[in-house]
Design a protein around this ligand. Structure first.
Ligand SMILES: Cc1cc2nc3c(=O)[nH]c(=O)nc-3n(C[C@H](O)[C@H](O)[C@H](O)COP(=O)(O)OP(=O)(O)OC[C@H]3O[C@@H](n4cnc5c(N)ncnc54)[C@H](O)[C@@H]3O)c2cc1C
Length: 460
């Protein structure tokens, strides 16, 4: 059997390594248009800020390692079409321009995603020097270099999602004047509710970063071919460097007949099978079943990329019992002194999607107050009103206090469709060094069912 893998970054690498570890005799041919494999984008802001000194440390695999496992790897090869009826692909060698056809028995589609462009920018200003993207190693190398250039005094980051905020912090650490712009009224509005973003915005502003929220970028102003300012519908911000980080679009044009969700990601089942015969989609190109929403949705994260690669490879190799029932969109953020994690849907997003949800937010000491020091943690649970099914959770704290890992257990609860009372009676430990007998998760749940002991104490 011959397997073709299209795209060799996190999802493709995971698939290839699993395919050949399980079945060294398998014929695997892989194509990627880029020059490198397995670059960890999560390290870009860390390298800009100076925490990561050597960007080569952000790779965990390469062409030689995959070839040593038995794969035939073609870098700088662009797959330009896929004929799923005849099971062939057309590939162009980007160094020579030569095109060829290749055939497969099974195809794993791991072409990932690409940063979205800002709509409506006049063509004459759309390609000014120093207007950059943040995705590849090549982008990272430039972004890191610019951080040390004294002539780059001001930086505008467009998009206040997790990538934009991390970059804003990193350039601020490098002493730049930073503006973070987003058309939403809050930062990270898709993952966190105001109880979390209000605090984060306070800390972002305190660091000296200018927040331009509720503003839509309409143009760039250039001087001598270089960007000099970002123009929004409400103002203009000086910028010697602009980073566009407004989100990612799945690269799925090569499979126009595959069933897709509204943003273009390809619908897959738990084995990563698409609606097309013998074609599997993985990583950012795929939309898996979202446990909170109860429908397929793309969650573009490395965690899902590597796991979906593993599941597709197991399916191709006929390994039974490995499938991904669902995803929950679990993510974390460590910026401006805030330690945040969320899973499922936040209340604002769940309501915008028409779900009838309630929520419980508390702020509490993480350990008994009789301990000499304890930290403050805030947690929010979002649940379906009719069933008390958990559909989202957010947790936050500042500084040395970090409880983000409890989100693992809440993600599992969402994926297993657990109700708040099931979660309340999970048999977790209590030890004063670590938590309270009525820990913050239990307390937040009890509030939903009318057992707010603190409120009663206040009444008395
Ligand atoms: C700055 C940044 C920070 C991030 N931080 C985190 C984080 O902290 N945690 C987390 O979980 N996720 C994070 N992510 C998301 C994560 O990197 C992506 O979810 C992940 O890269 C998806 O992997 P993928 O292999 O599906 O797709 P991609 O990484 O997009 O790779 C797709 C590959 O396919 C190739 N390709 C595409 N089309 C073709 C074609 N037609 N022919 C040949 N080759 C093709 C591309 O060259 C590319 O190598 C971050 C992403 C970025 C950009």
């Amino acid at each position: 059997m011959k397997v073709i893998v299209v795209g060799i970054n996190h999802a493709g690498t995971s698939a290839i390594r699993t395919l050949l570890t399980q079945n060294p005799e398998l014929k695997v041919t892989a194509y990627d248009r880029n020059t490198n494999i397995s670059f960890l984008g999560c390290g870009i802001a860390l390298a800009v800020g100076g925490m990561v000194k050597n960007m080569q440390d952000l790779f965990y695999c390469d062409q030689i390692r995959l070839e040593d496992m038995g794969a035939e790897v073609h870098m700088e090869h662009d797959v330009t079409s896929i004929d799923y009826r005849n099971k062939t692909v057309t590939v162009v060698d980007l160094k020579t321009g030569a095109a060829k056809q290749d055939s497969y028995d099974k195809l794993i589609y791991a072409a990932g995603s690409w940063p979205m462009d800002i709509p409506g920018i006049p063509e004459k200003n759309a390609h000014l020097e120093n207007v950059m993207l943040c995705k590849l190693y090549q982008h990272a190398a430039e972004l890191v270099k610019k951080a040390d250039e004294p002539e780059i005094r001001s930086v505008a980051v467009i998009g206040a999602g997790y990538i934009g905020i991390e970059l804003a912090e990193a350039y601020r650490q490098k002493g730049k004047k930073v503006t973070l712009i987003d058309f939403e009224n809050r930062v990270t509005a898709r993952y966190y509710d105001p109880e979390f973003t209000d605090r984060l915005e306070e800390d972002i502003r305190a660091s000296g970063v200018t927040l331009a929220l509720g503003e839509r970028v309409v143009d760039f102003r250039g001087e001598g071919g270089r960007v000099a300012a970002v123009v929004t519908d409400k103002g203009e911000y000086p910028a010697d460097l602009v980073v566009k980080a407004i989100g990612f679009k799945p690269n799925t044009e090569l499979l126009p007949d595959a069933e897709k969700v509204s943003n273009g990601a390809i619908k897959v089942n738990g084995r990563m099978e698409t609606s097309l015969p013998d074609i599997y989609a993985i990583g950012d190109a795929a939309a898996m079943y979202h446990a909170a929403l109860r429908q397929p949705m793309q969650v573009a994260l490395a965690t899902n990329a590597v796991k979906s690669g593993l599941a597709a490879a197991c399916a191709v190799n006929g390994v039974a019992g490995v499938q991904i029932e669902s995803v929950a969109g679990t993510n974390a953020l460590c910026v401006f002194g805030n330690n945040l994690a969320s899973t499922g849907l936040c209340e604002t997003v769940a309501k915008a999607m028409g779900m009838d949800v309630g929520s419980s937010f508390i702020e509490d000491a993480d350990r008994p107050e009789f301990m000499q020091d304890y930290g403050v943690t805030w947690i929010k649970l979002v649940y379906e009103k009719s069933t008390l099914r958990l559909v989202g959770a957010q947790i936050g704290s500042r500084g040395e206090v970090n409880h983000t890992e409890v989100i693992y257990f809440l993600a599992l609860a969402i994926q297993k469709s657990m109700g708040l009372l099931d979660i309340a009676f999970t048999d977790v430990y209590f030890l004063p060094h670590f938590n309270k007998p009525f820990n913050f998760i239990l307390t937040a749940i009890l509030k939903v069912v009318g057992l707010d002991y603190e409120a009663v104490k206040k009444r008395v």
